[in-house]
Design a protein around this ligand. Structure first.
Ligand code: IDP
Ligand code: MG
Length: 148
């Protein structure tokens, strides 16, 4: 089953949105496969965002991600990468629809509360980077109430 990497950024943690965000993925029916609450260092943040290293906002982005602890998670489910991106909303919260996490809880692009993988391939790369120890193998007893 498809997996995605989701991270609640330092602003999401500081603003007390951890429970609300986890709840949205949980209530949808996705399965939590890994979770940790960590401070990452500059080098780690740079490797997570390596694809953006040429962007003018890169160093500000890295400063933002290392400014406080983050909640790193793996969520699993049918179509979770694309649906996860929809739950999160557009990158710029000014363009994010109300009802999405960024649409409901953020204003500035550089304080947009949450990260979600943009493809299955980058999801797998991010999961390997953040959870080298692997994820938890389990199946929810609600599985047959969520999938036909
Ligand atoms: P995404 O998080 O929606 O996938 P990306 O383009 O991958 O968006 O950018 C990663 C993160 O970099 C964004 O979530 C945002 O925090 C930050 N970012 C993107 N574009 C800008 C910008 O123009 N100014 C400041 N920060 C930006
Ligand atoms: Mg991205």
């Amino acid at each position: 089953m498809e997996q995605t990497f989701i991270m609640i950024k330092p602003d999401g943690v500081q603003r007390g949105l951890v429970g609300e965000i986890i709840s949205r993925f949980e209530k949808k029916g996705f399965s939590l496969k890994a979770l940790k609450f960590v401070n990452v260092d500059r080098q780690f943040a740079e490797s997570h965002y390596a694809d953006l290293s040429a962007k003018p906002f890169f160093s500000g982005l890295v400063d933002y991600i290392i400014s406080g602890p983050v909640v790193a998670m793996v969520w699993e489910g049918k179509g979770v990468v694309l649906t996860g991106r929809k739950i999160i909303g557009a990158t710029n919260p000014l363009a994010s629809e109300p009802g999405t996490i960024r649409g409901d809880f953020a204003i500035d692009i550089g304080r947009n509360v949450i990260h979600g993988s943009d493809s299955v391939e980058s999801g797998n790369k991010e999961i390997a980077l953040w959870f080298p120890e692997g994820v938890v193998h389990w199946q929810s007893s609600l599985h047959s109430w969520i999938y036909e």
